[in-house]
Design a protein around this ligand. Sequence first.
Ligand SMILES: Nc1ncnc2c1ncn2[C@@H]1O[C@H](COP(=O)(O)OP(=O)(O)O)[C@@H](O)[C@H]1O
Ligand SMILES: [Mg+2]
Length: 432
Amino acid sequence: MKILVVGSGGREHAIAWRLANDPVRHELYCAPGNAGTAAVAINVPVGAEDVGAIAKWARENNPDLVVVGPEAPLVKGLVDELTKLGIPSFGPVAAGARMEGSKRFAKEVMRAAGVPTGMAEVFTDPVAAKAALAKFGLPVVIKADGLAAGKGVVVAETAAEAEAAIDDMLVANKFGAAGAEVLVEEFLDGEECSILAMTDGENVVLLPSSQDHKRIFDGDKGPNTGGMGAYSPAPVVTADMLPEIKDKIVVPVVRELKKRGIVYRGILYAGLMIAPQGGKVALSGSRINVVEFNARFGDPETEAVLPRLGGDFSKALLHAATGRLEDGDIVVKDEVAATVIVASGGYPGSYEKGKPISGLERAGEVATVFHCGTKKGENGETVTSGGRVLSVTGCGANLREAVDRAYAGVARVSFDGMFYRRDIAHRAFERG
Ligand SMILES: Nc1ncnc2c1ncn2[C@@H]1O[C@H](COP(=O)(O)OP(=O)(O)O)[C@@H](O)[C@H]1O
Ligand SMILES: [Mg+2]
């Protein structure tokens, strides 16, 4: 098949790499891609968010399938445009991407579908929002409705913190339009995990569970990042939970969207909170609650999940894009995977770019190295071009093996100022 992958991060490299490992040969393109995708696909110099330019490329090159990585082009309606051209596309139409783009909309859909999630109320008036705080107790969660680059959620331990967050969003307009509506939400206790569900708008297949590490420093300290590592499966998700997640969460949401005229195709990523044994029960009464939905593969979860998939991945993606998804389309290997993000010093604050990276080939002998923020320098060498630079994945018979292989890979790469967490998967190890 002729396939275009849209995006330029570790997620897109992992998608292109997985497709390159299919039993059938594909003609692969990546827009715009990075130095890593260039090894498995032809990079197309078109920005991932440039909907018009990607649609133009697709019209001229007529791919059999377009796989959209990031949320921004989905929200901007890339899949709507490609669908008009008759090009099968993996990813929801803009109306479906609102599940990620608007937390208020996601709550509405969940409420209508009877899906367990934190109880929430929506406000545009700061006075009313503050007045409502008392009934939520503490901690309480304050959320901007729209996309805020991972910075629009505050878990407030005190009323003063909650009020300050409300003022930031509704008075100071810190997030612009994305914060024009604010959700005050019940705090959910427990451990988080990610379930990537693949759907064709009707049928649903769950990919293996995973867990990511959002904070920059070991022990989950310091500011939030795009994700510093991940592993799959997440032991907090036990086998008995999977049918519940599918039948009580993902399927009802997909059905509810369909009822509203939205055929949701692609990945519906459920961020879940699993309540601790004997802990405080959520108002929903369920031990599994939805924290949020995303409309695409997670990054870096994808770099830990896709290496575990066998079979013909292109078939699964095409079937989801064309309404023919079946259980057998996803084949999971009996392996565990862990991925460690190698970042630029200073990230998630300011950092330098253009640092030459050495040891990539040797790292590739012991682990799979996905590129997140790299490009080719003037002399053809690979240089850093982002905060998250590499995602180094190890696979093994168990988590210890997988993590050790990932870190063995990390030990072989180097660039000026490189930084990474040393405790990826610590929660799983603590469970024993
Ligand atoms: N209701 C909640 N209870 C407890 N923690 C929450 C709740 N909602 C969000 N969080 C925490 O805040 C993080 C970010 O919230 P999320 O809804 O995923 O927004 P986004 O990813 O868009 O920033 C979550 O990963 C979780 O750690
Ligand atoms: Mg999130």
